[in-house]
Write a protein that binds this ligand. Structure first.
Ligand code: SIN
Length: 275
């Protein structure tokens, strides 16, 4: 297995392995690479949907996302898709998946199935590097705070997607989600401190109004989305990205109007979040 960094703070590219026939030792090394780097990109994979599911089960449990259309025949696989005729994509703003769940998903395994001729890259940002860059004073304040997360404003009737051309494809509009997590969490494997708020799903700090929370959240979002903390995944046929939701944010660029992009995503079960 050969590893080369994608950027200074986040992301690693892995070559020389096939996920469909990975030895246990190589799987352990791959897991460590994801935990340490936030996201790993594997190139030239030949992975059928069945092999995708089998690989995810070897990693751990699968969380079925209630909002995305599943790929017919494989309920464990969510399709993240945008048709030639659609303008809005899925995941087009900075977020970390499932932070609205009490036990958020550990991460995702995203397989490129149909790519536009150009564009459609995914950006990742390092929640650890963002936290490290803050002053000791702000770190101490954040260490004491918890934040409320929800996806209701995104998926419920009247929410973000209901006003877009993705509305008809999404499911689960009747669901209500809410979770409270520490603003600074510790990675369960690496022990690294990570900033755990995100623009997609964080509503406000616990005990603070949204109005009071927004200026500080906006500052944290500005820091965490700085280019210096990012890497860019440029998809190719056969590319697979595996990311850690605790350690990263991500954003799917929507710069390929008129072309179709289809990705298969399996969401991996996480551990309880702890400060
Ligand atoms: C997502 O899971 O947010 C989608 C990522 C992508 O399509 O690149």
């Amino acid at each position: 297995m050969h590893q080369s960094p994608l950027a200074e703070h986040v992301g690693v590219e892995i070559t020389g392995v096939q996920m469909s026939s990975l030895e246990d030792e190589a799987l352990d090394a791959l897991k460590q690479a994801v935990y340490q780097n936030g996201v790993a990109v594997l190139r030239d994979q030949e992975l059928s949907p069945e092999q995708h599911i089998a690989f995810a089960k070897r990693w751990g449990g699968i969380d079925v996302n209630p909002f995305f259309p599943t790929n017919s025949g494989w309920p464990e696989i969510a399709e993240v898709r945008k048709a030639e005729t659609q303008r809005v994509n899925i995941g087009g703003g900075w977020h970390t998946d499932h932070s609205y769940d009490e036990i958020p998903a550990m991460g995702s395994i995203l397989v490129a199935r149909e790519l536009p001729p150009s564009g459609g890259d995914t950006l990742f940002s390092s929640a650890g590097a963002a936290y490290d860059s803050l002053s000791d004073g702000l770190k101490q304040t954040l260490d004491t705070l918890r934040a409320v997360h929800s996806a209701d404003h995104i998926y419920q009737p009247g929410g973000f997607y209901s006003k877009t051309d993705q509305a008809e494809e999404l499911t689960g509009q009747e669901l209500s989600t809410r979770a409270v997590h520490p603003v600074v969490i510790r990675h369960p494997v690496t022990g690294r401190k990570l900033l755990y708020v995100n623009p997609g799903f964080t509503l406000h700090f616990e005990g603070w109004s949204r109005e009071e929370s927004l200026p500080l959240l906006a500052y944290l979002y500005e820091v965490a989305s700085r280019e210096e903390f990012q890497c860019r995944v440029q998809w190719q046929p056969g590319s697979v990205a595996i990311w850690d939701n605790r350690a990263t944010w991500h954003l799917a660029l929507n710069d390929y109007h008129g072309h179709r992009r289809v990705m298969h995503r399996i969401t991996l079960t996480g551990d309880p979040i702890a400060a």
